[in-house]
Each structure stands twice: as structure tokens, then as C-alpha cells.
Design a protein around this ligand. Structure first.
Ligand SMILES: Cc1ncc(COP(=O)(O)O)c(C=O)c1O
Length: 467
């Protein structure tokens, strides 16, 4: 009896959301479309939402000016050149990155591809990476493999999806090669865990070049590149402020610039090229990697976006996001079916320490069996809740989470020439994937409560599961 009273009390637990007045006001002014559509958006790690203010400012810029292809001296061209330069400077200031070149790319994957293509992997090269990485980092191993280098993963702890510092140190110390690249995400795009940024200097001191994938970290955390200095950093801007899509950057430490060996040239990347004598001289700055015409109409919107984030303040945003995750976690962990079985298993650190605005979970039936993530997405779609499910392009974390063995994975891949996630689930007859919710600048209490009400609405129900 006492137990059930305690449970009831806990189920209604509330946590005051940080800076509620400020963010509610922001929502009314800049994100009213969400309420107009009665849309609950919980996929900020997938893509952030733009504010009306950003759009108005960018539209005004486009409507009142004439922009031409940059790099000429004519007035329309000079305007583009100047605004692209201003945006680049803003990015550098935002990340305290005076020691870096800022190369504009189409997204974080485009930034990672440059490193994969140009890092001097050869028989004396090695690539070390976390099992907790986005596929756009995992894919770099193919460049390394093809060039004759070796690669190796640093595993995650199954209990809390963290990486052991001792294990990492051991692996970093065990490789004696000339060109060693170590890649990890500053924040996991799945578990939300913020990995230790002190590992950057530790790895660099041991002779490694470090590629920090900051795509999931920078939307709600400060990245100070004077304090932490990886050689290469990948970023997607729409993840920070929603608009525009199609732009990211690769930040390259100036002293690591020449280590990237560009294997071809394109318009805008050379000081000089000849046809009759097949020689070329590449440009010695960011332009070397920006092939062809840059996105000169959208790049000025980056400055607008970064100024918008500055006007909110990353510290304020971070505190807001943490309080929202506390609220969700406190409520979700106490939600159970009438027979006492938890409705959701939340993956990751049990105290949710240092885990940003992202949470993954698996839903369970009253008999304890797991509910397929696609079923949950189907049901939340009907409630106009946008969340994400599946493996989030991070197969390593998914495999760890669902305890898939190397043998069963190898068996699957070696028994066919092509396959898919769904087919693999059927073949292995094992649960894979999870449901991810992520919060951000426009999330309010009502969004969180709508999601919690959804969870309550399936209490005591049995939903067809895969295993
Ligand atoms: C940690 C991380 N890295 C890289 C990427 C790839 O970003 P994009 O799809 O913008 O290239 C993502 C996207 O979700 C991500 O979360």
C-alpha cells in the first residue's frame, strides 16, 4: 500500500524548467508555427528549428541587395565575397578558433569526407575510433583500409554507454605508426553522452591527430577551440539553429592543414593551373577545399543564426535543456504498468550525468517484452509528435545496446551481398533500434507533457513486438 502511494507521488513529480519565462516568450515570438499546427517536435538532434527572426533577417538581406558570384571585383560579387568573409569570421569567433581555417562544406558529413579523402593513410597509417560514432565517421575507415592502413574501434561500456579512459589510453599507447588519426564524437548523437574533451590533448601528446565530430555537441554546448584543440572538427549548422540546411564546416588547425593531401583540384581551389603543362598550385587556405562556387546566398544566414544563438546564450540554453531532460527522466523512470513492470528502459548513464538534450529508450509491454521502435513511431505519428527511432546512423551504439555478437553480425554480412536493417532484424531474430527524443530551444512544458501523456496512454496495453 505504502509502496503504491510512494509510486503515485513520484509519478507526478515536477521539476521547474529553467528560464521558463524567457523560453516561453521566445516560443511565442519565433516558433508559433508549432502551436498553430499543434505539433510536438522532439527531434532536435536530427535537426534544430529555425526562428522566424532568422528568416525575416535573411529575407530582408536577399530582398534588398544584389548578390553575384563571388571572387570578382564587380559590386554584386564584392558584396557576396564580403558577406561570406563576415560569416566565416563569425564562425571562427563563435568557436574561439583563430588557430583554425574554416572550410565551408555542405554538412558535417562533407567535412568528414574531406578528412577521410585527404588524411595520409597508408601502410604506415592507422585509424582509431569509438564504436559510438555516426556512420559519416565510421565510413572513413574505408579510405584507411583501401590505402593499406589499419583501423580499430574503442568499445563502449554496455552498462552506461560510456568509454573507459583506461581502455582508451591503452589503445592509444599500443599503436606505433607514423600517421595516426583518432576520431570521436564530442557528444553521442544517440545516448547524448558528452565524451571527455581532455582526451584530445591526451591523444595529441601520444602522437595522434584528432578528429572531433562536434555535430551533436555544439547545438547546446560551448566548444572553445583555444581550450581544446583537435586537429579537425566537423559541424553541421542546421543542427545549431535550423536554417539554412545544406551548410556545415570543417575547422582545420592551421598547423595541420598541410597534412591533408588534396588529390585533385577544382574551380576556386587553385592559385594557378595549366592545361598544356599539367601542373597546378593549390591555394594555401580554406579555399583549397571549397570546390567550385560556395553557397553565397545562404552563407550570410550563418552569421544571423550564430548571432541569434548568442542572443539566447549557450549557458542559458544548456541549463534549459538539462532541466527538461531532468523532468523527462524523473517522470519516465517512474512510469510502470499496473503489474509494476517499467514502461520504458532508458539507456545510458543511470544518473543521466552529462548527457545533453538527447535520450534513448525502449518501450516494454506489461509482460516485459520489448515493443518494436517502429510501432512506437507509428503511434506517436498519430499524435503529431515528431521523434526519431531506429539506429540513428550509429550502428556501433545500437549493436552494443542490443548485445549483438561479432559472430552473428559477421554471419549475416558474409552470407549475402546486400541487406537492410529490417531484414537483419528478422534474420537475427533480435531486437534492434530504440526510440530517441531530443529537446531544444523551442521545447516547452506542454511538449514534454504531451509525450508523457502518450506514454501513459499505452500503460497496460500489449503492442505487437518483434521478439
Ligand atoms: C554526431 C553526428 N555526426 C555527424 C552527423 C552527420 O551530419 P550531417 O547529416 O548533417 O552530415 C550527425 C547527424 O546526425 C551527427 O549527429
Amino acid at each position: 500500500m505504502l509502496k503504491s502511494i510512494l509510486k503515485k507521488k513520484k509519478a507526478t513529480e515536477t521539476v521547474q524548467l529553467a528560464h521558463d519565462e524567457f523560453f516561453n516568450d521566445l516560443r511565442t515570438k519565433n516558433y508559433s508555427r508549432l502551436d498553430k499546427d499543434k505539433h510536438v517536435y522532439l527531434d532536435y538532434t536530427g535537426g534544430n528549428l529555425y526562428s522566424s527572426l532568422q528568416i525575416e533577417k535573411h529575407l530582408e538581406l536577399l530582398e534588398n541587395n544584389t548578390f553575384g558570384n563571388p571572387h570578382s571585383t564587380n559590386p554584386s560579387s564584392s558584396l557576396s565575397t564580403n558577406l561570406v568573409a563576415e560569416a566565416r569570421k563569425k564562425v571562427i569567433d563563435f568557436f574561439n578558433a583563430e588557430d583554425y581555417y574554416c572550410v565551408f562544406t555542405s554538412n558535417a558529413s562533407g567535412a568528414l569526407k574531406i578528412v577521410g579523402e585527404c588524411y595520409p593513410f597508408d601502410a604506415d597509417g592507422h585509424f582509431l575510433l569509438f564504436a559510438d560514432n555516426h556512420n559519416s565517421v565510421n565510413g572513413i575507415r574505408e579510405y584507411c583500409k583501401k590505402a593499406g592502413g589499419g583501423f580499430e574501434y574503442v568499445p563502449m561500456n554496455v552498462e552506461d554507454l560510456s568509454v573507459s579512459s583506461e581502455r582508451l589510453t591503452e589503445q592509444l599507447k599500443s599503436v606505433d605508426k607514423k600517421n595516426k588519426l583518432f576520431a570521436y564524437p564530442a557528444q553521442s548523437n544517440v545516448s547524448g553522452i558528452k565524451h571527455d574533451l581532455n582526451w584530445i590533448s591526451m591523444a595529441r601528446d601520444l602522437g595522434w591527430d584528432v578528429l572531433l565530430d562536434a555535430a551533436a555537441f555544439v547545438p547546446t554546448s560551448v566548444l572553445d577551440l583555444k581550450k581544446y584543440s583537435p586537429n579537425y572538427v566537423s559541424i553541421s549548422f542546421y543542427k545549431i539553429f535550423g536554417y539554412p540546411t545544406g551548410l556545415g564546416c570543417l575547422l582545420i588547425r592551421k598547423d595541420s592543414f598541410n597534412k591533408l593531401n588534396k588529390k585533385w583540384f577544382a574551380g576556386g581551389t587553385v592559385n594557378l593551373a595549366s592545361v598544356n603543362a599539367p601542373y597546378h598550385f593549390l591555394i594555401d587556405n580554406h579555399e583549397r577545399f571549397e570546390n567550385g562556387t560556395v553557397n553565397y546566398l545562404d552563407i550570410p544566414a550563418l552569421k544571423i543564426g550564430l548571432e541569434y544563438i548568442e542572443s539566447i546564450g549557450m549557458k542559458r540554453l544548456n541549463e534549459r535543456v538539462e532541466s527538461m531532460m531532468d523532468y523527462l527522466y524523473t517522470n519516465l523512470k517512474n512510469m510502470s504498468h499496473s503489474n509494476g513492470v517499467n514502461q520504458v528502459d532508458i539507456f545510458g548513464h543511470p544518473q543521466r550525468k552529462n548527457t545533453g538534450g538527447t535520450m534513448i529508450m525502449c518501450f516494454k509491454n506489461p509482460d516485459g517484452s520489448k515493443i518494436g521502435f517502429e510501432k512506437i513511431e507509428e503511434l506517436t505519428n498519430q499524435k503529431k509528435i515528431s521523434l526519431r527511432s531506429g539506429c540513428f546512423c550509429n550502428p556501433g551504439l545500437d549493436e552494443t545496446n542490443n548485445c549483438l555478437t561479432n559472430e552473428e553480425l559477421a554471419n549475416y554480412f558474409e552470407s549475402r551481398n546486400s541487406g537492410s536493417y529490417g531484414e537483419m532484424i528478422k534474420y537475427l531474430n533480435k531486437m534492434r533500434g530504440a526510440t530517441r527524443i531530443s529537446v531544444g530551444v523551442a521545447t516547452n512544458q506542454n511538449d514534454l507533457d504531451t509525450f508523457l501523456s502518450f506514454v501513459k496512454s499505452i500503460k497496460d496495453k500489449t503492442i505487437a513486438s518483434i521478439v
